[in-house]
Design a protein around this ligand. Structure first.
Ligand SMILES: Nc1ncnc2c1ncn2[C@@H]1O[C@H](COP(=O)(O)OP(=O)(O)OP(=O)(O)O)[C@@H](O)[C@H]1O
Length: 238
């Protein structure tokens, strides 16, 4: 999809640079061995767009997501949110207030039920207490979690249901950027299509920036832009 000079795109929403990777490198050192996973990666992500990051296993996709979401800091270069270095914003503030992440490992609180998982995340991001439970139920419903399953501890839910609860939790945070690492990995075709539709609405109707790491061709095809990570470089396709 192409942006017009006025900052609108084909879906009618506005676009604006929201996240910038500026000359970002990440090196891991284990013993005497140094491995450069990202080499001076620069890219500007815009609000209102959905991006796919693809690449071979071990190419550094999760590393890139960790840096962009403030979980990890680059060895050199900077990650900028709305023009400010996230180190200056504070990694904790950036993670809690401005971005939400669906991890491959989901990180659900398994002793809590689905609704509690969603509302506890809202508490951290400062969503008004009066509306939390209603919004949690709304999102879980949207993602196909039935009322009786919402009250069960997430440990008792299937892998696909847990993945959808993790997505509901991320959506509940009302942040500017949503990161997701293989968000459809545990889902069948129909459920995956539903998730993709939710992500597209989030980008195109609500003006969020959605960045998805995926091995799925279907997910990549549904995104506005695909970026390939290969030999430490991030290469836009098309
Ligand atoms: N904490 C770490 N310490 C040392 N090396 C690491 C660390 N995290 C990742 N690596 C290495 O960095 C490289 C990139 O890993 P990363 O998990 O980012 O790749 P990926 O593209 O997400 O892989 P996959 O598609 O298999 O999930 C790999 O060689 C990995 O072994």
């Amino acid at each position: 999809m192409t942006s017009t000079p006025t900052g609108t795109h084909a879906h009618g929403g506005t676009t604006a640079p929201i996240l910038e990777l500026a000359d970002v490198s990440r090196t891991y050192s284990t013993g005497s061995r140094r491995r450069v996973v990202l080499k001076s990666v620069s890219y500007i992500f815009e609000a209102g767009h959905m991006y796919a990051i693809v690449g071979p296993s071990g190419s550094g996709k999760t590393t890139l997501l960790s840096l962009a979401s403030g979980l990890d800091a680059p060895t050199s270069g900077s990650v900028r949110f709305k023009g400010r270095d996230v180190a200056e914003v504070g990694l904790g503030t950036y993670r809690n207030r401005h971005v939400a992440t669906v991890f491959q490992s989901l990180n659900l609180l398994t002793y809590m039920n689905a609704v509690q998982n969603v509302t506890s995340a809202m508490e951290i991001t400062g969503v008004r207490s009066g509306s939390r439970k209603r919004r949690a139920n709304e999102l879980l419903g949207l993602l196909g979690i039935e009322p009786e399953d919402r009250a069960r501890r997430t440990l008792q839910l299937s892998g696909g249901q847990q993945q959808r609860v993790a997505i509901a939790r991320a959506l509940a945070c009302e942040v500017d950027i949503l990161f997701a690492d293989e968000p459809t990995g545990a889902l069948d075709h129909e459920a995956a299509a539903g998730i993709i539709e939710v992500f597209q609405k989030l980008a195109h109707d609500d003006g969020k920036c959605v960045i998805v790491v995926t091995h799925s061709r279907d997910v990549a095809a549904a995104c506005d832009k695909t970026l390939v990570l290969k030999r430490g470089k991030l290469i836009p396709q098309g």
